[in-house]
Design a protein. Structure first.
Length: 249
């Protein structure tokens, strides 16, 4: 392995999810051109030696890159950067959210998309779209009351908002990610007492109902503020959860 090739992997963060760290590093090298189309990747053993991660992590990372069409494998020769990776695809899978830091990155992406989309929804929504949002929100609240995560219902509510923009690109993007955009696996409702669950539900209701009310009133600015507030508060809650975990609480 050359010194240059070793340098490509030296900066891999030793995050809780080592596979994601390696995947992100390799994607960055491919997109920047440091790993050129058709170039052979170092062997699994060489990557292990350069990064210190296990062979299992390396294999999982390479499998993730193959699934995204970024690399190809040739029997007996190894892995190569795909010669025609464009058009590039982007996805967020549930397995990509194995650390709270990854959840926070998803929430940052959602803020960039959904705040503006919610303003458009307030401006363009139809009565039918409003009814759809309300129905999805009722289903979410019922799921949480029953002690269920409510990921699919939450996804449905947010997707209904995007659909109300009458711009299919928003829903197409959201559908690419699926319910991975709603990382409820970190919200352990099954570990909550009944009072804790009711408190959680009341808070969630306030935030979601504020969004719905602004859209219903066709108040574009209020709708944007309500969505930004909701996602910012979610971000803060996950950041607190991460900090507690790091402190060993």
């Amino acid at each position: 392995m050359t010194d240059y090739e070793t340098m490509l992997f030296d900066a891999i963060p030793q995050a809780p999810n080592l596979r994601s760290g390696l995947v992100n590093t390799l994607i960055a090298q491919i997109e920047s051109g440091d790993l050129a189309p058709g170039q052979r990747l170092p062997t699994e053993q060489e990557i292990v030696a350069a990064t210190g991660v296990s062979r299992t992590v390396v294999r999982e990372a390479l499998a993730a890159l193959r699934a995204r069409g970024l690399i190809t494998t040739r029997q007996g020769l190894g892995a190569f950067v795909a010669k025609g990776p464009l058009p590039r695809t982007f996805s967020i899978l549930p397995d990509d959210l194995e650390s709270i830091d990854e959840v926070l990155r998803v929430l940052e992406l959602r803020m960039g998309i959904e705040v503006e989309a919610t303003g458009l929804a307030a401006e363009r929504r139809s009565d039918a779209a409003l009814e759809q949002m309300s129905s999805r929100l009722d289903a979410l609240e019922a799921a949480v009351r029953a002690g269920e995560p409510g990921s699919e219902e939450d996804f449905g509510f947010h997707r209904a908002i995007l659909a109300a923009t009458r711009n299919a690109n928003f829903t197409r993007l959201f559908d690419t990610f699926g319910s991975a955009m709603i990382p409820r696996q970190w919200t352990r409702l099954d570990r909550m007492t009944v009072p804790e669950r009711e408190k959680y539900l009341a808070r969630m209701q306030r935030e979601h109902r504020a969004i719905l009310a602004a859209i219903e009133a066709r108040d574009v600015n209020a709708a944007r503020r309500a969505m930004r507030s909701h996602l910012t508060k979610s971000y803060a809650r996950f950041a607190t959860l991460r900090d507690k975990a790091e402190c060993g609480d």
